[in-house]
Ligand binder design. Structure first.
Ligand code: PEP
Ligand code: MG
Length: 592
């Protein structure tokens, strides 16, 4: 047992508490995931490693130069002459002999790791240029810094993931959705992370894959060591070092409430009213399984997930194949595919392009409209996949009706071209993700130009309250029951009902029994969730009535305080489902 730190002693062992982000319990041997996205400060490189660090740097130069070159000729952008000149200059900087000599020198003489050596040399160059007080040289300094950051990131992402022991408990500082997908191949027992909340894409996927996970344990990757055996209780939110001598294999004691039983999307409440539970899924295979189990609609496919394993967004022919597979897998049932909801950092050369504020930056529909050539390709693939007339397109991060109108006009142009060669071509219906306050304030205008709306509560809370959904340190401000969120939800559901258009809750709140009475009380009838949540949600729904829920929602809408709303909802849930009181498995963290 090699624990480096401890939080509390329980039953003779070390216990670390965190936040449940995917429920389940498991035990296994710790595998510390190398930090593959962050800068790692390595000093005192041993003699035997110096050559290796130098050649890592040389390879990074080649790969970044190649990526930059590709982005000029084959990237998302139609590159202007000015942009071409900047990229050419960046390629020249890292290929320059004096730059590489300096980095080699820092590695061999000062014994710095390749990333740190690049950082030190880049700082030297840029400090000099910035001190000269010349606008042109200042820009050059920014270019040097930018391309050096790309090099550092390129070195960071090279950590391989191919030798994770099967059944490990993965321990990391942070984890990305693509990493979770890769890790799934090694059937991890659980994931323990320092950061990331319930609505982080990585943990949405972990839940979908049935991998138990706990997050929010500070420095967990430094407090545990490879080979430690741990018990993970991702129901009550802690891990414990397992100091028994028992040399048992990794076990997953309770997998995330998975079930193969058949289910129905038409869900009956206690008073006989019917609501709809449909599914969020991210692959053709899962669509097929979900539809086969009896779910009659796929409410959200996050198209960017389909390509996470490819490392970059795909060309049109790959998209044709993926969307057609999904359309077939749903066997004629409706499926809503969301257009790419990524930030610019995810495009091209290993996601190296940095933005100061990616959540507010060039992302989602803005990115698609900015890179129209690639967006047209995605829309064409989606139109082709609509051969069964069952496919809808959902537009992410819509800020107002104009975004939707622009999408509609591009979609129409592509449709008009495709229908010339295939008269059976059908244009998909179009919906908007409502996740920005501006979309809520103009919901009547958006409803007018869409066929349906999806409410992305994960982002709606983030953007309305100005709180990063992935930042543990502000998790207390991420309040789904804030009066502003309740009012927003109310105005969305009313606007949709007025025009008779469907409004589906698609964020993680949709799959939580805790929020169900409120959402039903506000008037929502469609909930799209992780398919594994549906069976238990059906049981909860059978015990609530519209009248009681509406009364609850009324009282909550009148309240000024999030804390009061939490109390009202908790009391309601405890009264209706007394047997569940205190069982956190059924009352997930309220802040999601
Ligand atoms: C949301 O924001 O609630 C949502 C459904 O989309 P995502 O989690 O992918 O941002
Ligand atoms: Mg969203």
């Amino acid at each position: 047992m090699t624990s480096k730190n401890s939080e509390s002693a329980a039953h003779g062992s070390v216990r670390l508490s965190g936040r449940v982000v995917s429920r389940g319990t498991a035990s296994g041997t710790v595998f510390i995931l190398p930090n593959h996205t962050r800068f790692t400060e390595i000093r005192d490189v041993p003699d035997s490693e110096i050559e290796n660090e130098i050649s890592k740097f040389d390879s990074a130069v080649i790969s970044v130069a190649n990526d930059l070159h590709t982005s000029l000729n084959d990237g998302w952008e139609t590159v202007s002459d000015d942009a071409r000149a900047i990229i050419d200059a960046q390629i020249a900087i890292i290929r320059d002999r004096s730059f590489s000599d300096k980095v080699h020198g820092r590695i061999s003489s000062d014994r710095l790791g390749a990333q740190l050596a690049i950082r030190v040399v880049s700082d030297e160059f840029t400090d000099q240029l910035r001190s000269l007080n010349d606008e042109h040289l200042r820009e050059k300094a920014a270019d040097i810094q930018d391309v050096c950051d790309r090099l550092i990131t390129a070195l960071a992402v090279e950590v391989p993931l191919f030798d994770v022991p099967i059944g490990s408990v993965i321990v990391c500082s942070e984890v990305w959705p693509s990493t979770v997908l890769k890790l799934a191949e090694f059937k991890p027992a659980a994931i323990i992370s320092e950061s990331g909340g319930w609505t982080s894409h990585a943990f949405i996927l972990a839940r979908e894959l049935g991998i138990a996970a706990i997050s929010g344990i500070k420095n967990v990757h430094q407090r545990l060591s490879n080979g430690d055996r741990v018990i993970v209780d991702a129901i009550n939110g802690f891990i414990e070092l397992d100091d028994s001598d028992d040399d048992k294999n990794a076990t997953v004691l309770v997998q995330n409430l998975r079930s193969e039983i058949s289910i129905s999307s038409d869900v009956t409440l206690a008073d006989g009213t019917t609501i709809q539970f449909i599914a969020n899924v991210d692959s053709a295979e899962k669509c097929r399984q979900t539809i086969d189990r009896g779910v009659n609609e796929i409410g959200l496919v996050r198209s960017e997930y389909l390509f996470d394993l490819h490392g970059r967004l795909p060309d049109e022919s790959i998209q044709d194949k993926m969307y057609a597979e999904i359309a077939l897998a749903t066997k004629g049932r409706r499926v809503a595919i969301r257009t790419f909801d990524v930030s610019i950092g995810r495009l091209g050369s290993g996601g190296t392009r940095r933005e100061r504020n990616p959540a507010l930056g060039m992302r989602s529909i803005r990115l698609s409209l900015r890179y129209e050539r690639q967006f047209r390709a995605q829309l064409r693939s989606l139109i082709r996949a609509n051969f069964g007339d069952n496919l809808s397109i959902v537009v992410p991060m819509v800020s107002g009706a104009s975004d939707v109108l622009r999408v509609r006009s591009i979609l129409l142009r592509e449709y008009e071209t495709l229908v010339l060669s295939d008269p059976n071509t059908k244009i998909p219906s179009v919906g908007a993700m409502i996740e920005l306050p501006s979309a809520v304030l103009t919901i009547d205008q958006i409803i007018e130009v869409t066929d349906f709306v999806c409410i992305g509560t994960n982002d709606l809370v983030q953007y309305t309250l100005g709180v990063d959904r992935d930042n543990e340190s502000v998790a207390d401000w991420y309040q789904t029951l804030h009066p502003a969120i309740l009012r927003s939800l109310k105005s969305i559901v009313e606007a949709a009902a007025k025009e008779g258009k469907p409004a589906t809750i698609c964020g993680e709140a949709a799959g939580s029994p805790f929020y169900l009475p409120l959402l039903v009380g506000l008037g929502f009838q469609r909930f799209s969730m992780n398919p594994f949540s549906i069976p238990s949600m059906i049981n909860y729904a059978a015990m609530i009535s519209i009248e009681d829920c509406a009364d609850l929602a009324e009282r909550m809408l009148r309240s000024t305080l999030t804390s009061k709303n939490e109390r009202l909802l908790t009391e309601f849930c405890s009264f209706i489902w007394p047997e569940l009181e205190g069982e956190r498995v059924n009352f997930p963290p309220k802040s999601f």
